[in-house]
Design a protein around this ligand. Sequence first.
Ligand code: ME8
Length: 680
Amino acid sequence: MSKFYITTPIYYVNARPHIGHAYTTIACDTIARRHRMLGDDTWFLTGTDEHGQKIERAAQAAGKTPQQFTDEVSAEFRALWDRMGLTYNDFIRTTSPRHKQGVQALWRRIADAGYIYKSHYTGQYCVFDELYVDAVGSGAPCPECGRPTETVKEENYFFKLSAFQEPLIKLYTEQPDFIRPETRRNEVISFVASGLRDLSISRSTFSWGIPVPDDPKHVIYVWLDALANYITALGYGSSDTTKYEKYWPADVHMIGKEIVRFHCVYWPAFLMAAGLPLPKGITAHGWLLFEENKMSKSRGNIVRAETIIDVLGTDALRYFLLREIVFGQDGSFSFDALVQRYNADLANGLGNLASRTLTMINRYFNGEVPYPSHTAAHSAQEDAIAETATKAIADFGTYFDQFQFSRALEAAWGLVSAVDKYIVENEPWALGDKDDELSRARLGTVLYTSAEALRIVTALAHPVMPDATAKIWAQLGLGDIKNFDLPELRWGQLHLGTKLGEVQGVFPRADKSAITRMQNMEERNAATLASTTTATATPSAQSSATAVAPPPGAPPVAGAQPSAKPPAAVPDGKISIDDFTKVELRVAQVKVAERVKGADKLLRLEVDLGTEVRQILAGIAEAYAPETLVGRKIVIVANLAPRKLRGLESNGMLLAASIDGGKPVLASFLEDIPIGARLK
Ligand code: ME8
């Protein structure tokens, strides 16, 4: 049994979890699950990063003590991971005593080896990235994120990073897999080759951190503190180092591409200085983009995992992220693509294969896996399916081990399509209507072959979609999928006569309303956050990173619920932002426009909202000829209750301006805007 240790970054608690954080954690969970299925002694670590100036300011902005604040947000991350059934073995918090003790032990070891000295630091610091930067002058933009930097003038402890330039280059050269993918490795090599300066590793102008041993006026630089989590969680520096000895070095540190430098330069240098073993590899994935930008709290363009889980389930989110996005590259998230992929691959793909195969075994063979013929009723088609399955098992493993999840899933779904085609060609339902022996033997063969292929895809996909595959496995009569020995997976292991479990659909088809529901949930959440943020943000110019701090006291899973806080007082005659966001204004395109018989002013329009086409009646016939409207983008109130005019239903209302007695003028845009976009 070999050991396997995988880690996620520990997430900052200034922002609540979104699907960017979920992406890394899901990828690690999937890898950990596959390693467990392969029989490896697996340890999967995640946690939260809770010290530093950024968190201290976020707590201030929320009107909480740092400890209160970090307790709350850390609990939200953990609650979400639990709700999603993520199988982390440990959750480390950097404010925990076990971590503090370990970080101080690491500091002492580096200091004892002669790599720490005291000096003065004057330079720019980016609080958002918690990074010392080369920019010049107060307010100069951070080269990483563009935010204004702050001048730091302090007596600090320094780490002799410059001493590690050569050893690091040697490391990257001798272990080409230390940094993956190649593009990130090249960036790191050129960064290190351009020269390394010593690094300030303590701060003395604020206190939210771990005190430097024997000099508590200083707190340890938050990145040294944070990176150490990978060993402190295993008991490094404590009296019980069993886990450290068993699992360290890590097999994989999984990170997003923006924190490569910390992991691939600083972390191995700290470990080298301390004389500790280095991790075996660091893998950096790309960013989830939303509306073309990196999804991040500070951009305000996040999508929460809860929304997707509520509407389509956790497995759908996991499958989508790993199938749709090429791991290592940036990839766009959209609700449309999510629903499309869900319907194509899960509802119509795996789900349909499972339900029709199992339903027919129930109908024609009394719920027992039938006998496949090896003689007259056997055809070359079964051999071809068996071959495709064997290749899918091999390809899935190869791609998965290289973290090419998308290609691995593509290989497995190649088998799903092959079997779909096979079923259509062999028409088992028609064979079922015949009484002769050959047809019956052929029916048994076709259903056996389909069920066996289903079993193989289910076993392969289990780490990616643990819930649905566990259900299909039980429906196949195979018991608990956890007991399955993945290395043994081969074609032809499904036993004849296996009694099926109760058959139930696993992926109900999603209609277009699923997209609208998810969009509405996110918009309501954003509006709630925006309104509460205004109330809690500090006006400080320095706190750009914290001005969007999480609202205090928000429930752990915010869902679509409006804030539990009482509405803010609104002066007479005004409405609150909450009132405004109740009105769903959207861009729609006119597809059909015609006059309504007997009504001079009324036009009947069919408008496309991107997710649906609906009928609207509008009193603009005197101002607009119907043919001039087709193709035009207009604004409609999309969530108005339907009403009837002249016996026709109107589903919404278009917006037009007019003065008393004047002709209405339609609201429109100077720039182009996609259909369905919301006005806010
Ligand atoms: O950087 N796309 O924490 P963090 C893909 N505390 N992944 C994303 C993402 C997106 N849009 N947004 C976030 C920190 N992530 C430090 C780490 S480790 C010793 C300390 C994921 O809360 C991705 O894994 O900013 C990224 O690296 C991480 O969240 C950043 O989380």
